[in-house]
Design a protein around this ligand. Structure first.
Ligand code: NAI
Ligand code: MG
Length: 356
């Protein structure tokens, strides 16, 4: 029997609610399969810890995580702690420290879930957004001078390296190649930003030669928002910078019905470090503690984690169960239903058990 060591970091807001749901589904899958099990360690790293000790995680936090096969992450952010403190205190040090340079964000309209786009249903929108996750606009390069004075300056420098762009481009082309349509859209803003973004375009053209069977095209990020809304059927795999893909994938989640169904994997494709799996959404203060957080994004990211661990059959089983439960109308309020987090979770577990 294989044992996967999972580090669970539920953190803030609805994070603990959806991670609890995700762990129940993973347990059910392990029991159903019989060939693997999970050894889960929970870490209390969070904004609460920050308020008590001054740090979201211990100094050797990343070091502790190295012993795990994967990280299962909830959400970080609290109303009374600045967002840049929470993000840079927990999530980004893990992503960057473990060189999880490929942020992979699948989006599709699940059966039973209504897209806000008129006439668009399951099958019309089936994308994977690949977000560069190690550099670009979120490299942390910049500073402030003359703080508080009228002549204050703030810089936020986007860093693009040939190594960084080439590896994400290769990852995206390979992913596009593995999907039935073999279609990749490369997003930049290389008209207005004429250095790093032009380099993206050039490297895309170079890497494309390694993948002659992949059809690819280029889009400017502003025009891309229009295309996503007007012609969702025309897109499949998408690659973009850290900032652009961050924004586009929130739009993608909304177009697929709710942020509550959108998952993401922060992947180290070279497997030197554990990869981290999380729902895209944040801590959702407005619904924390009400028991109505949508667990579907967390189930979906659990499926991504299973795939990464080498359990594709269990990943598929989980997604089939989620799709069945959505199609049956067992939905949380964000997607038009009245079910609780636990009711959706129980239905998914039933579907996992009932499958042959
Ligand atoms: P958010 O994603 O927490 O919430 C946006 C809206 O979507 C809210 O109305 C919320 O109720 C709804 N929503 C989100 N997830 C849902 C779910 N599973 N089920 C049902 N409804 C759901 O984004 P917001 O409000 O901008 O940020 C709140 C906090 O979360 C901030 O502190 C922010 O920094 C943090 N955040 C953390 C992220 C992370 O840990 N990766 C990502 C995004 C935000
Ligand atoms: Mg975001």
């Amino acid at each position: 029997m294989k044992t996967y060591k999972i580090a669970s970091i539920p953190a803030d807001g609805i994070g603990p609610e959806v991670i609890a749901a995700g762990l129940q589904a993973l347990e059910a899958l392990a029991r159903r399969d019989g060939g693997f099990q999970f050894d889960v360690t929970e870490f209390d790293w969070s904004s609460d810890r920050y308020k008590k000790t001054g740090a979201l995680m211990p100094e050797d936090g990343p070091e502790q995580l190295k012993a795990y096969d994967a990280i299962f992450f909830g959400a970080v952010g609290a109303p009374d702690v600045p967002d840049h403190v929470t993000l840079w205190g927990l999530r980004l040090p893990i992503c960057q420290g473990f060189d999880q340079y490929a942020n992979v964000r699948p989006t599709k309209i699940l059966p039973g879930i209504q897209s806000p786009l008129a006439g668009v249903g399951p099958g019309d929108l089936d994308w994977v957004i690949v977000r560069e996750n190690s550099e670009g606009e979120y490299s942390g390069h910049g500073g402030r001078a003359h703080k508080g004075l009228p002549e204050e300056v703030g810089t936020e420098v986007a860093i693009f390296t040939r190594v960084g762009v080439t590896r994400i481009m290769r990852y995206a082309f390979r992913l596009a190649q593995s999907r039935p349509r073999k279609l990749l859209t490369v997003v930049t803003k290389s008209n207005a930003q004429r250095h790093g973004m032009v380099m993206w375009d050039e490297i895309a053209a170079e890497v494309s030669k390694e993948f002659p069977d992949v059809t690819w095209d280029k889009m400017l990020v502003d025009a891309m928002t229009v295309r996503m809304v007007k012609n969702p059927q025309g897109l499949d795999t998408i690659v973009a910078t850290n900032l652009h893909a961050d924004i586009l994938s929130d739009l993608a989640g909304a177009l697929a019905g709710s942020l509550g169904v959108a998952p993401t994997g922060n992947i180290d494709p070279e497997r030197r470090f554990p990869s981290m799996f999380e729902p895209i959404h944040g801590s959702a203060f407005d619904i924390t503690g009400k028991g109505i957080a949508n667990p579907v994004a967390t189930f979906w990211t659990a499926a991504q984690m299973l795939d990464h661990l080498g359990e594709p059959a269990a990943a598929e089983r989980l997604m089939r169960a989620v799709e069945k439960v959505c199609a049956d109308g067992v939905l949380t309020p964000d997607v038009g239903g009245s079910a609780t987090t636990q009711q959706v979770t129980d239905a998914v577990i039933d579907a996992i058990r009932g499958e042959n």
